[in-house]
Design a protein around this ligand. Structure first.
Ligand SMILES: [Zn+2]
Length: 464
């Protein structure tokens, strides 16, 4: 790799020299003063240089062809001729020549150079694929096309962007399948107990879900219903660290003033899927093994109160501390106060009292306060059930003392970022596999898992 870097640097020097010479020979440059135009024109020039260089690079890597070579089927391939091929690269279309073998009884042809570089003629190169997917996880496919042209200076079809983005998601599926298999393999689990990797002393987990609009695929389904909303479940693993005072947000400062250390999530890893809770639980266990959730000294789940979430947590991580997200619980009190009290004064008094009780761990008093509002207030009745069912997960005084994060802002914002921002673009309608692959690609991007995923893809060009 070092030789290659040096060679490319030497090339850059030579190109710079040629450019300098050429420009100095122009006696009186008829300059356009439109700098943006010049920048774009120069960028396009460099793109053409890149396309030439890459084509040449590939062609010159071709060793002298052998007369025959073994075929994958066990038969024999014979050298035919040097045959041109084209790939779409970050520089646009690149054509190169490589030795082509055919003539085996199985009818398959073969170009070893393509395999060596992981390229498929007519397809997108690894470098471009990564950029297309990067646009595709951030923007609706039809918008990313125009956006990409601004950077790349050539057109890529909406379908190609979709395909490359979803390929990243499919690579993630392959990876998750491997994690799932190892997390159910007793031998692997035994070895995992002695992992040399660092184990976080305290790890957090969160789960949430958000809706995505799915287009029914079969004709019969289409007649029965025009669209259906399905839940994309999102989970994440993270650690936490104190936020330095001068970096604190207004919300964090309010928390600090209440005597609580403001914390922020670090090492966040997201995973998601559009499956039933039980299957999602397997993914949670598999990704949890990879995050050492099963080995950490303290595992803490901070979530909203949905029953499926706590069921999964209890099934897979019975030792974990379960915390209902503070902001959800406090918001419940807010809504009751607004529903039950028309007067500002009495509303504020009730709300302050109940919020303080909740903050200081007196859940019984909160339940009592809700019960007292009685039958006249349906919100209060619902909340009585909610606080009663979750009282063991609302010991906020203990949690604060232990220094736990008590707000699940991290995973909620991830749900918004993965599902709401990308999959709920106005008018967006998905087929299940498209939604899942795009969501998984986006989760990888937001988890700083992007480079490993793209590397895995480059390593597996024929697997997908
Ligand atoms: Zn063959």
């Amino acid at each position: 790799m070092n030789d290659t870097t040096e060679l490319i640097q030497a090339l850059a020097q030579q190109v710079v020299t040629v450019v300098k010479q050429s420009l100095s020979q122009v006696a009186e440059p008829q300059v356009t003063t439109n700098l943006a135009w010049i920048e774009t024109a120069l960028r396009d020039m460099l793109r053409q240089v890149g396309a030439e260089a890459l084509g040449h690079w590939l062609s010159s890597a071709q060793p002298t062809p052998e007369a025959e070579r073994p075929c994958a089927c066990g038969g024999t391939l014979r050298y035919q001729r040097s045959r041109p091929a084209t790939v779409l690269s970050v520089f646009g279309r690149v054509t190169y020549a490589r030795a082509y073998y055919a003539g085996c009884a199985c009818g398959q042809g073969h170009a070893p150079l393509d395999e060596q570089f992981g390229v498929q003629p007519g397809q997108v190169s690894a470098g471009l694929s990564e950029l297309l997917a990067l646009a595709g996880v951030e923007l609706a496919f039809e918008h990313s096309q125009r956006w990409l042209k601004g950077f790349l200076l050539f057109d890529v079809s909406e379908n190609t962007i979709r395909q490359e983005t979803q390929t990243v998601g499919q690579t993630q599926v392959v990876h998750e399948t491997r994690l799932r298999e190892q997390s159910q393999d007793p031998t692997w689990l035994q070895a995992h107990l002695r992992t040399p990797e660092p184990i976080p002393t305290r790890l957090y987990g969160s789960l949430d879900a958000a809706k995505v609009r799915i287009e029914p695929r079969k004709k019969a389904e289409k007649q029965a219903e025009t669209e259906a909303w399905r839940d994309v479940k999102v989970g994440c693993w993270y650690e936490a660290e104190p936020v330095p005072v001068r970096q604190q947000s207004v919300r964090q400062r309010t928390v600090s003033e209440r005597g609580q250390v403001s914390q922020r999530a670090t090492h966040i890893r997201y995973y998601c899927d559009l499956v039933e809770a039980k299957t999602f639980g397997e993914l949670m266990w598999a990704t949890g093994c990879a995050a050492q959730a099963d080995l950490t000294r303290e595992l803490v789940f901070v979530c909203d109160g949905a029953a499926w979430i706590w069921n999964l947590v209890t099934t897979h991580y019975p030792q974990a501390v379960q915390i209902v997200d503070w902001y959800h619980a406090a918001d419940r009190l807010h809504r009751i106060a607004h529903a039950a009290f028309p007067q500002d004064d009495s509303r504020t008094r009730w709300l302050n009292r109940a919020t303080t009780d909740l903050w200081e761990g007196r859940v019984a008093d909160v339940i009592q306060a809700c019960t007292e509002l009685g039958t006249s207030c349906p919100e209060a009745q619902d909340a009585t059930t909610y606080f009663t069912n979750n009282r063991a997960r609302m010991r906020y005084d203990d949690y604060r003392q232990a220094g736990y994060v008590i707000g699940s802002g991290t995973v909620e914002s991830s749900c918004k970022q993965i599902v709401t921002q990308r999959l709920q673009c106005s008018g967006a309608q998905w087929i299940v596999s498209g939604a899942v692959d795009t969501a998984k690609a986006r989760a990888a991007w937001l988890s700083a898992e992007w480079t490993p995923v793209c590397t895995r893809w480059a390593d597996l060009p024929l697997a997908i």
